[in-house]
Design a protein around this ligand. Structure first.
Ligand code: EPU
Length: 422
């Protein structure tokens, strides 16, 4: 039986939840551990399907890993030069193995990366940069093979501040000969977290968090410890869940200094956030319309726009969402419409009309964040929502059903499935 997430809407969420470690910080950091033969100890790694896939891909390359006191302990003593497993095709982050594997053993071969269907997700920036650094790249219809006799530094100007390409270049450059400069680099907090970890291993990365990153290649990297940053997208999702139910949630271990435009928009939408250190209390008396335009950090995170859409539909008036990163990130709209959501537009822009009383019904999760959007909508809707393909949501949210239940949501996972596609 395929699993279904059953949600009965209308219960105000009240109580405390802790924000977990960031998926999009943990994935590149796990890939980066391949750069050393020393032991790495990682705290706050979320237990997610995508993380497990990443670990199983790294194991093929020689990584050994286990858990000690909740921390992930990793060592890749002897690197193995062999093709990555077919699961590499199921997650986008598999391309992040290219930089570390090329740097460490001069070889990377894998199925082309997959991930959520949210638009054209090319890897041309990664390939172009690796070529500039001395790699030979061959791409077939479904495989990529990259080889190098030794990477050297280069000046790479990215056509768009791609998160994954910035991460891949940074990792490849740590052990390359000479200096690498990344211009128009992505500035996301997850980039800063990766750079901090690389530097703890002995790398020389400067400027992470700005659009100009410099990496001076070093002879070798050593083992290190690191705590993965909290997940700002999970934080935003839990805030939206609390706000749509007009509950009172307190979120603990929120990321610091990662606000971007997000907090201003939440205030505009009528969501009151009071912050004390890494703790944020969320309340909402009235839903208000807003205009959201997503963009690279510090712009509004594209991963959070699907999650804000149900909140905007409750507001009295017209709201717009303009998507500035991906070209097909409104694939959740057709599912939300089944619940009464009113929006018009195309793949780049949607106009949302409210107020709408959302009604529970049967829906299908299109991807991680689209599924999270449907959960938020269902929590604020009247009646029962049954969400199929809910495993997609578990790729990005650890035990989300149990955690929401602990703050009063009427939510239950029915049936089982081991489908990793998404
Ligand atoms: N792009 C290219 N060519 C490339 C690389 C990117 O054209 O070689 C384009 C993409 O098609 C897209 C834009 O550049 O239009 C930005 O893509 P980016 O490379 O920044 O995204 P990513 O690294 O593939 C990460 C996150 C995404 C998040 C984006 C943007 C991970 C594993 N994934 O993807 O997270 O939406 O950055 O912030 O870090 C999610 O968690 O649900 C998710 C999709």
């Amino acid at each position: 039986m395929c699993p279904v997430l059953r949600i009965v809407g209308g219960q105000p969420l009240e109580g405390e939840l802790q924000v977990n470690g960031s998926k999009n910080a943990a994935l590149p950091i796990i890939a980066a551990t391949l750069l050393t033969d020393g032991e790495v100890r990682l705290k706050n790694v979320p237990d997610l399907v995508d993380v497990r896939v990443m670990l199983s891909l790294c194991r093929v390359s020689g990584m050994e890993f286990g858990y000690r006191g909740g921390d992930l302990i990793v060592r890749t003593g002897q690197i193995r030069e062999c093709p990555t497993r077919p699961e590499a095709g199921s997650i986008r982050a598999s391309i992040l193995l290219a930089g570390p594997l090329l740097a460490r053993c001069g070889h990377f071969q894998a199925p082309l990366p997959g991930g959520c269907s949210i638009g054209d997700r090319g890897i041309d920036f990664h390939i172009q940069a690796l070529r500039m650094m001395g790699a030979q790249v061959a791409i077939g219809s479904d495989m990529i093979r990259v080889r190098t006799g030794g990477l050297h530094g280069a000046q790479v100007e990215l056509p768009f501040p791609s998160v994954g390409a910035t991460e891949n270049i940074m990792m490849a450059a740590t052990l390359a000969e000479g200096r690498t400069r990344i211009l128009n680099a992505a500035r996301e907090p997850e980039i800063v977290d990766l750079a901090t970890f690389l530097n703890r291993m002995g790398a020389a990365v400067e400027g992470a968090g700005t659009s100009h990153i410099q990496i001076k290649g070093v002879e070798e990297l050593k083992g290190a410890g690191h705590e993965v940053m909290p997940d700002r997208i999970e934080m935003g999702t839990l805030m939206a869940a609390g706000a749509i139910t007009r509950g009172r949630l307190t979120l603990k271990r929120c990321p610091l200094n990662t606000d971007g435009e997000f907090f201003d928009k939440m205030a505009e939408m009528g969501i009151e956030l009071s912050r004390r250190g890494s703790e944020i209390a969320v309340a909402c008396e009235e839903h208000r319309p807003a205009d959201i335009r997503t963009g690279p950090y510090p712009g509004f995170a594209t991963d959070l726009q699907p999650i804000m859409a149900p909140l905007l539909s409750l507001a009295d008036g017209e709201s717009t969402i303009v998507e500035g990163v991906f070209d097909n990130r409104f694939n959740y709209v057709s599912e939300l419409r089944k619940m009464g959501f009113r929006a018009e537009g195309d793949g780049r822009r949607q106009t949302i009309r409210g107020p709408t009383r959302l009604q529970g019904c049967n829906v299908v999760a299109p991807d991680i964040r689209g599924g999270a959007s449907l959960i938020v909508a269902a929590l604020g809707a009247e009646g029962v929502t049954n969400m199929a393909s809910c495993q997609k949501v578990f790729r990005g949210y650890e035990r989300i059903d149990q955690r929401l239940r602990s703050v009063g949501a009427d939510i239950e996972l029915m049936g089982e499935d081991d489908d990793l596609e998404g």
